[in-house]
Design a protein around this ligand. Structure first.
Ligand SMILES: [Zn+2]
Length: 530
């Protein structure tokens, strides 16, 4: 089941489990991204939920044994698992497997569990989640199944149709010519969107008669909803897949959908795709598809402006940021120095290489760059870099090949995805000085920052990310050495040649986020996991 956030899918899981406990027997397993979260869901939500259910035999009771991580019903045994532990995922033969929030699973966990259960006779797998990529395992499973969507009847012409957003291309709802959400936009004198005006202009256009359907007619539409298979042959294999999204949910307003889209569209124009990814995945319940993968020389050259290397914008209201990466082969420190304005616009002042970290320190002082505005990649020669960061007050960083970091916010119990996280490490681990102190290390998603740099900022000449007119070919070549590929259903960035200056530019974007120079709040808006 492919769905958006906030569509009541966890409640669906509860209803299924209550039915299974009453009607079926055997072993079942519920897998959630992590164990603590799974326990939380069981204890604070599922147990209160089934207390209110009257089972036919009046005997079906649930006893939760936290040590065994098992919920015992009269005839059904429900094993509760987080996706983190490989051993625990493989331990029991299962008839019923339910996996929720699959997109947040540990890498490989989904494959581990499904492979195991497919070898047992007579079993069922229920997969629920919001998809990430068009090639990911969740979307592949959806495509192989019945692709069941839900249609309703137009109140004017009676034409049956599904809700579709309309303005963006969709991987599921192919007809984007007509139909979908429509609205008018205008700005307030201060330049903000006039959301009150937008709100009052929203309607849904029938894809057949173009009739205007308003939100106060929504309940009637939802009450006429019925399923239809886009891939009916899959019924032969009993592979059922479903998609529905926020528009089908009575408690999600059309204005919420449209205003989220407008904010995401504006952020995307400004070079930040994160809100749009979140909108497509968590509100439309669809994979996010990137448009193109290759950074062309023309794209980079479109940012060259009429100023020379070393020429600063004449303002005090700016932040100078220096980022560095160690080139392994030659043991050189490659660096990029950018001047950032408070509005998120920036200009490349200088780039190049230096023989040592001490030289980088001298360079920093000479150019009057603050200690906390120096970010150094510690992927290589970490111990040396940590020592330099400790003594100079620089910030150590490390890129990870992940799609952001998701965790459960303890206060709201909601999943939050962030592009970087601050961890604390022992810089002397493994030496005689181990255990004496800790220092911060910024871990960041190199995928997300490379998306921003290569697919948004460089490709959009309207974004102020300026390069000097005397920029060298060496810089431009290194900026066009990254491309992304799909492999085993996962998207990843690969380096086709030396790309150290690109890595330095990625660190510039990270620094701008850390120092609050990017207007967009990168934390995806809190989405309820229910
Ligand atoms: Zn119609």
């Amino acid at each position: 089941m492919l769905t958006a956030a906030q569509t009541g899918k966890t409640t669906f899981v509860f209803i299924f489990l209550a039915w299974a406990a009453s009607e079926l027997g055997g072993n079942a397993m519920l897998v959630l991204p992590d164990t603590a979260m799974a326990f939380e869901v069981i204890q604070s939500r599922f147990l209160p939920f089934i207390e209110n259910i009257k089972f036919d035999d009046n005997e079906t009771q649930a006893v939760f044994n936290k040590d065994l991580a098992i919920l015992f019903f009269k005839s059904l045994t429900l094993h509760i698992r987080g996706s983190i532990s490989r051993a625990k995922l493989q331990s029991v033969p299962i008839r019923w497997l339910i996996m929720d929030e699959v997109a947040n699973f540990r890498k490989g966990a989904f494959e581990t569990v499904t492979k195991r259960i497919r070898s047992t006779y007579d079993n069922k797998i229920i997969i629920i989640g919001t998809p990430l990529e068009q090639n990911d395992i969740l979307f592949e499973n959806f495509k192989e199944g019945t692709q069941t969507i839900f249609i309703w009847d137009c109140p004017y012409c009676g034409h049956g149709q599904p809700f579709k957003f309309g303005t963006r291309k969709s991987l599921i709802y192919k007809n984007t010519e007509s139909g979908g959400f429509k609205w008018e936009e205008r700005l307030l004198p201060n330049g903000d969107f006039d959301y009150e005006f937008i709100k009052n202009s929203i309607y849904y256009e029938c894809e057949n008669c173009k009739g205007k359907i308003y939100e106060n007619q929504k309940n009637a539409l939802i009450n006429s909803v019925r399923p239809i298979d886009l891939n009916p042959e899959a019924r032969k294999f009993k592979h059922y897949s479903y998609h529905f999204w926020a528009a089908y949910i009575k408690w999600v307003s059309w204005f919420d959908i449209v205003s989220e889209y407008i904010r995401a569209r504006e952020a995307e124009k400004a070079g930040n795709p994160e809100l749009m990814k979140s909108f497509v995945r968590e509100t439309l319940g669809e994979p996010f598809a990137f448009v193109s993968n290759k950074t062309r020389l023309d794209d980079i050259k479109s940012h060259i402006k009429d100023f020379k290397r070393g020429e600063l914008i004449n303002t005090q209201d700016c932040v100078r940021i220096l980022t560095a990466d160690i080139q392994k082969e030659a043991m050189l420190i490659k660096y990029v120095y950018r001047q950032w304005l408070k509005d998120g616009n920036s200009r490349l002042i200088d780039y190049g290489f230096l023989p040592s970290l001490e030289d980088l320190r001298r360079y920093q002082i000479m150019h009057n760059i603050k200690d906390k505005a120096v970010l150094v990649d510690s992927g290589y020669l970490a111990v040396k870099i940590y020592a330099a960061c400790l003594s100079y007050g620089w910030i150590a960083t490390k890129g990870d090949k992940v799609e952001g970091y998701s965790y459960v916010d303890p206060a709201s119990k909601k999943f939050i995805t962030i592009p970087y996280k601050i961890s604390h490490i022992d810089p002397f681990l493994g030496t005689d000085n181990a255990g004496k102190r800790t220092m911060p290390l910024i871990r960041f998603s190199s995928n997300l920052y490379k998306d921003r740099l290569f697919l948004y900022i460089i490709k959009n000449k309207d974004i102020v990310w300026d390069l000097p007119s005397d920029i060298g070919d060496d810089y431009i070549e290194e900026l066009s050495a990254d491309e992304y590929v799909y492999s085993e259903g996962k998207r990843k960035w690969i380096e086709t040649a030396t790309n150290d200056f690109a890595d330095c530019e990625v660190l510039q974007l990270l620094a701008a986020d850390l120092l609050g120079l990017t207007k967009i709040n990168l934390k995806s808006e809190n989405k309820n996991i229910s």
